[in-house]
Each structure stands twice: as structure tokens, then as C-alpha cells.
Design a binder for this molecule. Structure first.
Ligand SMILES: *Cc1c(COP(=O)(O)O)cnc(C)c1O
Length: 387
């Protein structure tokens, strides 16, 4: 072998005796074949085979399989973000003339996707009250193909009655998809309640360190997996094995992180409920949160994200008070080790749902800092808001 060739062809080294606890990072665009015949017949490898890096490497498939097992599903696809998981489900299922139902408290880009990208292509959407429960049946018509669910809803935290919504949709042959980012499969398993798609923004608790963007879609029906894979392939959607490797690392500590953040967040939520500056606390484990009964019935516990509504009178002092925060950072993409706080703009409810705008909504994500130091920061901030 001459030098230029030697530069290109890495030598094979012994792997005998090599064992590690980590998942190797397999990077690839090209997949090579043992002979020309195998190459010509590569389509026969099917959706679970390896044919091109865009469609997965052993690293991305390990992350997918990990999520499949946690969700009790059949297959998972990994996509570049949580929002991509939602858009891929909708683009796979919906054609011109179809309708999708989305909750009023959905992650806001879901509404944008429906209003600005699907509606102009002839796909209708209807916004529903997240507490509608079995009443969703009245909104399902002959054109409805998908009911989208978010449990609980972004910001305002209403917990939907997932089994009731799923049962009503199933009775009409309509599929359901659930954004499960808040709970992760550790605290709620949408497929076990009959949902057809369980979506996660891995960006949040699975990644867990605010340094990656990924999403996942898990299904129990292999035919839906095949349809998702066709959409991803046609649109050219794939993910980096490096990002998946970070997500696999994050996953190893997720149960411990979530248990800690969940415990501290619930403690803070109860203490905040007694503070004079707070109008109401929207934490699913507290009766003051709409959908609390569904939460206690269906969820194993709460994660570390919840909201509070401040008394309207505190608004003039808010900007100055937030600028004095010492431990909490101000930001939106929660689920990491750093505690976050975000003042939110809640869009007016379209269908007369329960949301009211008594005062400013603040979303909190509790991380892994010392709880006493976090509470000091929080109570000092509230004190600055006035009594
Ligand atoms: C953050 C988030 C998403 C979107 O995830 P990205 O990876 O940021 O696109 C979707 N749904 C919920 C509930 C989220 O919190």
C-alpha cells in the first residue's frame, strides 16, 4: 500500500479485550457493502437496516431503542428537535382536506405550524380547550385525522384527561399524538394510555444539560414507523450521532435528576402558594392546577417545571426584580441542571378555555443547585415585587 492510500485506509487494530461502559459514536454518511450484489439489493434491508447515514447509525439506533423500551413502544425515530417531532407526525398523517385538533395551551410553535404552514396547504386545524376530556368527540368530524395532546400544556400547565381524549378519538378511528416532554417516559407513558405517537423534546430532560437539540417519536405500530421513516427520508431529516451520544449520556442520570428536581419543585410550589405576591400556583400536584385530578390518577409524579401567576399589582416591579436574580437564570429551554425562570406571554384563549390573565405568568424550571440557595434567590425576588 502506498502512502496516499495508507492515509485514506485506517488500519484495523485489535479490539480483543476492549470493553467499555459507553455507547460508541458511529459517524457515517456512506455505508459500504460487501459486494455489488448486496449494494443493488440494499432496499431489501428495510427500515431497520443500515443503508445511509441519514437513516441512522448504531449510535442513533441505540438512543431510539432506549426510548422505545422506556415508552413500551415498538419503534422510535430520532429527529433534530422537539418541534421537528411534532411537525413530522403532522406532515406524515395530514393531507389536503384533513383536519387536526390542537389544544389551546400547546407549545406555541405548534399553532404557528398549523396556521402558517398547514392551513395554506389545505390542512385545517381547530383549537380545543385542553380540559375538554371526552367532549373532544363533539369536535371530531369526518375530516379529522389527528388529535394532538400536550400533557401538561406549556406554560399554563393544564393536565388533559389523556385516556378520555384517546378513547373518544379511537372510537372515531382518529389517531392521537402526545407531547410528553414535561413528564418524560419516566413519569407518564402516552402509549400505555392508547396514544399512537409519544413525542419528546430530548432537548429538555433527556439531554439534561442545555447543550443539545433533539426530538423523538415513539410508536407502538410498526406501520406508523414505516410511514414516519418515509417522511424523514423524503424531507432529508436526520440527526448527528454526536448529539445522540450526548443524549445517551444525559439519559443515564435522568431518573436521579428528575426525582431531585421534582421533589424540590413541588416543595417550592407549596411554599410559593403562601406568598402574598402570588395569585396562584400552577403545579399539577397542587389542587389549584386545572387537571390536578387527571394528574394524580395518570402520572407517576411531577418533574421540575411549573408556573406561578403573580398578582397584577406586582407587574411594575417585575423587570427590576428579575434583573437582581443571583442563582436562577432567565431563559426558556428548561430541563437542564441550571434553574431557570421565564416571564411568559400567554396568547388569549381562542375557545373560552380556563386561562385568565389575572397577572404575569412566570415559569420555573428547577435544576440541581443547592435548594436553600435557590429558595433564598426566589424569596428575595418576590420580596422585591412588593407585598
Ligand atoms: C421545548 C419544547 C418543545 C420543542 O423542543 P425543541 O427541541 O426546542 O424544538 C416541544 N414541546 C414542549 C412541551 C417543549 O417544552
Amino acid at each position: 500500500m502506498r502512502d496516499a492510500t495508507r492515509c485514506v485506509h485506517a488500519p484495523a487494530v485489535s479490539q480483543e479485550g476492549y470493553a467499555s461502559l459507553t455507547v460508541p459514536v458511529h459517524r457515517a454518511s456512506t455505508i459500504v457493502y460487501p459486494d455489488g450484489e448486496a449494494f443493488l439489493r440494499r432496499a431489501e434491508r428495510g427500515v431497520d437496516g443500515y443503508t445511509y447515514g441519514l437513516h441512522g447509525t448504531p449510535t442513533t439506533r441505540t438512543l431510539a431503542e432506549q426510548l422505545t423500551r422506556l415508552h413500551g413502544g415498538a419503534r422510535t425515530v430520532i429527529v433534530p428537535s422537539g418541534q421537528a417531532a411534532i411537525s413530522m407526525v403532522m406532515l406524515t398523517l395530514l393531507a389536503p382536506g384533513d383536519r387536526v385538533l390542537i389544544p389551546d395551551n400547546a407549545y406555541p410553535p405548534v399553532h404557528t405550524l398549523c396556521a402558517q404552514h398547514l392551513a395554506p396547504r389545505g390542512i385545517d386545524f381547530t383549537v380545543y380547550d385542553p380540559l375538554v376530556g371526552a367532549g373532544i368527540a363533539d369536535l371530531i368530524d369526518a375530516r379529522t385525522r389527528l388529535v394532538w395532546i400536550e400533557a401538561p400544556g406549556s406554560g399554563t400547565m393544564e393536565v388533559p384527561d389523556v385516556p378520555a381524549i384517546v378513547a373518544a378519538a379511537r372510537a372515531r378511528g382518529v389517531l392521537t399524538g402526545c407531547d410528553n416532554t414535561w413528564a418524560t417516559p419516566l413519569l407518564f407513558k402516552p402509549l400505555a394510555h392508547g396514544a399512537d405517537f409519544a413525542c419528546e423534546a430530548l432537548t429538555k430532560y433527556v439531554g439534561g444539560h442545555s447543550d443539545l437539540l433533539l426530538g423523538s417519536i415513539t410508536v407502538a405500530d410498526v406501520a406508523l414507523h414505516r410511514r414516519l421513516r418515509q417522511t424523514l427520508s423524503a424531507l432529508g431529516i436526520g440527526v448527528s450521532p454526536d448529539e445522540c451520544s450526548l443524549a445517551l449520556r444525559g439519559m443515564e442520570t435522568m431518573a436521579v435528576r428528575l426525582a431531585h428536581s421534582g421533589r424540590v419543585a413541588e416543595d417550592f410550589a407549596r411554599r410559593l402558594a403562601a406568598m402574598p405576591q402570588v395569585e396562584t400556583v400552577l403545579h399539577p400536584a397542587l389542587p389549584s392546577c386545572p387537571g390536578h385530578a387527571a394528574f394524580t390518577r395518570d402520572f407517576k409524579g411531577a418533574s421540575g417545571v411549573f408556573s406561578i401567576v403573580l398578582k397584577a399589582a406586582t407587574e411594575p416591579n417585575l423587570a427590576a426584580a428579575l434583573s437582581e436574580l443571583k442563582v436562577f437564570a432567565i431563559g426558556a429551554s428548561w430541563g437542564g441542571t441550571h434553574s431557570l425562570l421565564a416571564p411568559m406571554e400567554i396568547a388569549p384563549r381562542q375557545n373560552g378555555g380556563p386561562w385568565h390573565d389575572a397577572g404575569r405568568l412566570i415559569r420555573l424550571s428547577i435544576g440541581l443547585e443547592d435548594p436553600d440557595e435557590l429558595w433564598e434567590d426566589l424569596s428575595a425576588t418576590l420580596a422585591r415585587l412588593g407585598a
